[in-house]
Write a protein that binds this ligand. Structure first.
Ligand code: AMP
Length: 284
């Protein structure tokens, strides 16, 4: 495995790979790798001839009061994990390399960024859009792999590559969880063991909604209430939002119909740590 630190070198390597007729599978990450990331590495490894991952804590997707400074950075362990999972190259640019002095270009993704997570984290998805556009241009992947864990982000990415004609196929892979149900996240590092256990209420509330849907509930607010009530059983959890919406548009219709594909999105604080999770379900 090779570590690449500059845009120029990464672009040269990608060009050589393409010239030789090989395909590139790409997994963008912010590091502090866990099994969620590694499942994406394995998918890239299986699908493409060459597997490339990036590790870049992207400042443009963090709000002013968010955790950019204290975001976990564990490069050594990350490199070892990437080697174990047979990644060929990891691209680890500096902030200066990605946003040199005079950097001036931003993307403005509409609609899908203007709901749910986009309201709570203004500018976040446009920051994601900028860094992914750059990374796609630098790495030139045939395939890119994203986790369902960040569900709205997967919709944003699909919109971005469609609108800007970026020739990459997007794959969305299932959320990897701890045995107790908690979705794996780099931010789980902020939690104590007790908090990690208490935070399982998030997954449990999604399971409760799933059961309600199986019993025939189609009303959005009823589903929101079921999830909210369950979350509120855990006194240390503070709900940021519970959103139940059509899966492809995130439209919050009042009454769902049979066979509608919906998503339940949750953001909640455990102490100061903001956690998100979601579940895709079909109305019966
Ligand atoms: P991040 O490092 O948080 O930017 O995440 C990099 C990629 O890993 C994104 O596509 C995430 O959706 C994905 N990811 C993060 N956590 C998980 C998880 N628990 N299961 C599957 N994918 C994940």
């Amino acid at each position: 495995m090779q570590i690449i630190k500059t845009v120029a070198e990464m672009q040269m390597i990608s060009a050589q790979i393409k010239k030789s007729g090989q395909t590139i599978g790409f997994v963008p990450t912010m590091g502090a790798l866990h099994n969620g990331h590694l499942s994406l590495f394995d998918k890239a490894r299986q699908k493409a001839d060459v597997a490339i991952a990036s590790i870049f804590v992207n400042p443009t997707q963090f709000g002013p009061n968010e955790d950019y400074e204290k975001y976990p950075r564990t490069l050594e362990a990350d490199s070892e994990a990437a080697i174990k999972h047979n990644i060929d190259y990891i691209f680890i640019p500096s902030v200066q390399e990605m946003y040199p002095e005079g950097y001036s270009t931003y993307v403005n993704i509409k609609n899908i960024t203007e709901v749910v997570e986009g309201i709570k984290r203004p500018g976040h998805f446009n920051g994601v859009g900028v860094v992914l556009t750059k990374l796609f241009n630098i790495v030139a992947p045939d395939y890119a792999f994203f986790g369902q864990k960040d569900y709205q982000q997967t919709l944003v990415v699909k919109q971005l590559v469609k609108d800007l004609n970026i020739p990459v196929e997007i794959f969305v892979e299932p959320t990897v969880r701890l045995e107790n149900g908690l979705a794996m996240s780099s931010r789980n590092k902020y939690l104590s063991e007790e908090e990690r256990e208490r935070a399982t209420i998030i997954y449990k509330s999604l399971i409760e909604a799933k059961a309600a849907i199986q019993e025939g509930i189609k009303n959005r607010l009823e589903l929101v209430k079921i999830v909210t009530n369950k979350l509120n059983k855990e006194p240390k959890i503070k709900i940021d939002y519970v959103c139940v919406a059509l899966a492809d548009s995130l439209k919050e219709v009042d009454q769902f119909k049979s066979n509608d594909n919906i998503v339940i999105l949750i953001a909640a604080y455990m102490g100061n740590t903001r956690l998100i999770d979601n579940m895709l379900l079909t109305i019966i």
